[in-house]
Design a protein around this ligand. Structure first.
Ligand SMILES: [Zn+2]
Ligand SMILES: [Zn+2]
Length: 142
């Protein structure tokens, strides 16, 4: 039995579902996430594209692409952020806040060198990205 989590944009026009378990969860402290989200960190959950389904409102999803790494998807009616596709990684970040029934269990902090909200939670703090995602993989002491 596959666990399905339902999610929506701020106004509810865009409805999505994710199925199964995410590939990873954590916090991104990068300046881009901060600037786009309006919050100090982005709580991410990463999914294989096949696990993410737009149930309704697909015609109201717009994409903003500042770099090849991130295709940021938001609702054209409310401006609410839904998810960010990372084509080079083959993963989609469905923001933890978008899928409230997902039990958010972060495993890592990324881009911690850019943090404005230090979090002493004992989790690994990567300076940038993991090596397998093209980063240095270097850790910063907690
Ligand atoms: Zn909306
Ligand atoms: Zn980020």
């Amino acid at each position: 039995m596959t666990m399905v989590h339902k999610g929506a944009c701020f106004c509810g026009t865009v409805q999505i579902e994710v199925a199964g378990e995410p590939e990873g969860m954590g916090y991104c402290h990068c300046r881009s996430c901060r600037s786009w989200s309006g919050g100090p960190v982005n709580a991410f959950s990463l999914w294989k594209p096949g696990a993410v389904r737009v149930v309704s409102g697909a015609e109201n999803i717009a994409t903003f692409k500042k770099s090849d790494l991130s295709e940021r998807q938001y609702c054209t009616k409310c401006g609410g952020h839904v998810m960010t596709d990372h084509p080079p990684l083959g993963l989609i970040d469905v923001f933890a806040a978008t899928i409230p029934t997902l039990r958010f269990t972060p495993g890592v902090h990324v881009n911690y060198a850019e943090t404005v909200l230090p979090m002493r939670d004992g989790l690994p703090k990567l300076k940038d990205f993991p090596a397998e995602f093209g980063g240095s993989g270097e850790q910063i002491p907690d």
